[in-house]
Design a protein around this ligand. Structure first.
Ligand SMILES: Cc1cc2nc3c(=O)[nH]c(=O)nc-3n(C[C@H](O)[C@H](O)[C@H](O)COP(=O)(O)OP(=O)(O)OC[C@H]3O[C@@H](n4cnc5c(N)ncnc54)[C@H](O)[C@@H]3O)c2cc1C
Length: 467
């Protein structure tokens, strides 16, 4: 498996967007042109993106052309795969938005257990291709999340407590840096850049492909226990007590869900609120059943645990099946004590129906131990990752969701690590909050080496040192 890497632009650099439009194998769409609204639309439907142009790239050569032309035209460049985390990008005036949706090829090498993935691939593209060989990737909870943004930001999968963050399973990346050079980046080539790209986000170049380590897992024992929301304190306290008893081969979520009365939802869920425990166990069914017994003894209303092909893990978290308007945000919490659960349930009650989901994702295990060679974000040092999200169909509901998220942040502050996990940050955070001061400072040095003029923009930007 090899990358095709162009080490410099071998064609004339476009000096206007008109020239660029002619140069591309894909297409350049500008305001008012046919397809403009479709081209600028993010997965988060309420993020109204107005870039200078959208480049729908088809090849790495296209990406080189866009980066070089943007530099000539004194524009900036922002890469976007699906737009699952578009909100923090902010105002895109003066920016060419590079959309990678035409680049979704995936190749699996079953012998080396490596996936070569183009930058626009969704997780389902990888999980389905890998499963044909009995292999699994460290995929996100949702089938249509982009591999690119998820992996550059860390990547918490259902296998995370045994296998660590997805960024740590990256073997190589192909990236176009601000100078228009298309590089293969790995432990031997541009090692600083390789380090930065694994967890530091999208500030360092436009990625065109990456190589991921796969793992020989084809089936897990997974499911959800549903209880009425009125039992939230009892169930989440039991979940909290259960966590220290589970091995790293179990990754779980404790969660309060408030389903709106939508006709698309199954009748047993629509309009109802639940407290749920979701888990994926890399264990034999009998062993998993024994482990789950204390939670099942609580008498769930619905128990969906069963042997589950890894491809079906994308359904476990019940994420929306397609683009929605929504607002969310997360925080990392430590000290998972009874008070944390009490506060979590209390704020869920006071915020009413505004938040569709408030979750506590179990960390620890390999996520905590990290990997010394794993990259900029090699570990998450917290007990749980909180994420709260609401659907925002109207301005009034949007305001209510923002207020509810503020209330969650305030109520949970006593347990906050003062740090955020990049992928669960849907508002702009400081680099120190995302990475910690030392790693942030090193990321800024690397940014100043590869992009001193700050041409490449990310949703959570790292600015060059000295700027
Ligand atoms: C429904 C849902 C489920 C989720 N589940 C999980 C989960 O289980 N675990 C988890 O860790 N996270 C999860 N997330 C968060 C998700 O990982 C982030 O939103 C992530 O940024 C999405 O990546 P994307 O490429 O789809 O998004 P985009 O919005 O397209 O990209 C986000 C950022 O990634 C960078 N980027 C994207 N493509 C490139 C590229 N080619 N080159 C350089 N930079 C690039 C850019 O900085 C961009 O602003 C979930 C989010 C949602 C909405």
């Amino acid at each position: 498996m090899t990358f095709t890497v162009t080490h410099s632009a071998r064609f004339a650099v476009a000096t206007t967007l008109d020239d660029l439009a002619v140069d591309l194998d894909g297409s350049l769409v500008r305001p008012g042109e046919p397809g403009w609204d479709e081209a600028r639309c993010a997965w988060h439907l309420d993020v109204d993106q107005h870039p200078a142009a959208v480049a729908q790239v088809r090849t790495a050569r296209d990406v080189v052309a866009v980066v070089n032309a943007a530099r000539q035209c004194q524009l900036r460049v922002a890469a976007q795969s699906t737009g699952h985390n578009a909100a923090p990008l902010g105002d895109l005036a003066g920016t060419v938005l590079v959309r990678t949706g035409l680049m979704r090829d995936v190749e699996i090498d079953p012998v080396t257990r490596v996936a070569r993935v183009q930058a626009g691939a969704w997780w389902m593209d990888v999980t389905n291709a890998a499963a044909e060989h009995g292999l699994a990737a460290l995929a996100g909870s949702s089938p249509d999340v982009g591999v690119a943004g998820y992996t550059l930001g860390g990547g918490l999968s259902w296998l995370a407590r045994s296998h660590g963050l997805a960024a740590n399973s990256v073997l190589a990346l192909e990236v176009v840096t601000a100078d228009g050079v298309h590089r293969r980046v790995d432990a031997q080539h541009d090692p600083d850049l390789f380090w930065a790209l694994r967890g530091g986000g999208g500030s360092f170049g436009v990625m065109t492909a990456l190589e991921l380590q796969l793992f020989p897992i084809s089936e897990v024992y997974a499911g959800v226990l549903f209880f009425p929301a009125e039992r939230a304190t009892e169930v989440l306290q039991a979940w909290r007590a259960w966590l220290p008893t589970v091995p790293d081969t179990v990754t779980s979520v404790g969660r309060i869900l408030k389903f709106p009365p939508l006709p698309d939802l199954p009748p047993h869920l629509a309009g109802r609120s639940f407290v749920v425990v979701e888990a994926a166990c890399q264990l034999e069914p009998g062993t998993a059943d024994q482990l789950l017994a204390p939670l099942r003894d609580l008498g769930p209303e619905l128990d969906t645990f069963r042997p589950t092909p890894v491809t079906e893990l994308s359904q476990l978290h019940m994420d929306p099946p397609g683009p929605v308007p929504g607002v969310g945000d997360g925080m990392l919490l430590h000290g998972l004590d009874a008070g944390l659960i009490e506060a979590f349930v209390a704020v869920s009650e006071t915020t009413g129906p505004a938040l569709l989901s408030m979750e506590l994702r179990q960390l620890g295990g390999a996520i905590h131990r990290g990997s010394p060679t794993g990259g900029a974000v090699a570990a998450l040092d917290a007990d749980v990752a909180l994420f709260a999200v609401g659907i925002t169909p109207t301005p009034e509901i949007t305001a209510a969701v923002h207020a509810a998220i503020t209330a969650v942040r305030y109520r949970m502050a006593p347990w906050s690590k003062g740090r955020s996990y990049l992928n669960f940050a849907e508002e702009r955070k400081s680099g120190d909050a995302l990475f910690g001061p030392e790693i942030h400072a090193r990321l800024r040095e690397i940014k100043s080496t590869y992009d001193p003029a700050d041409l490449i923009r990310a949703n959570q930007p790292v600015t060059p040192a000295g700027r």
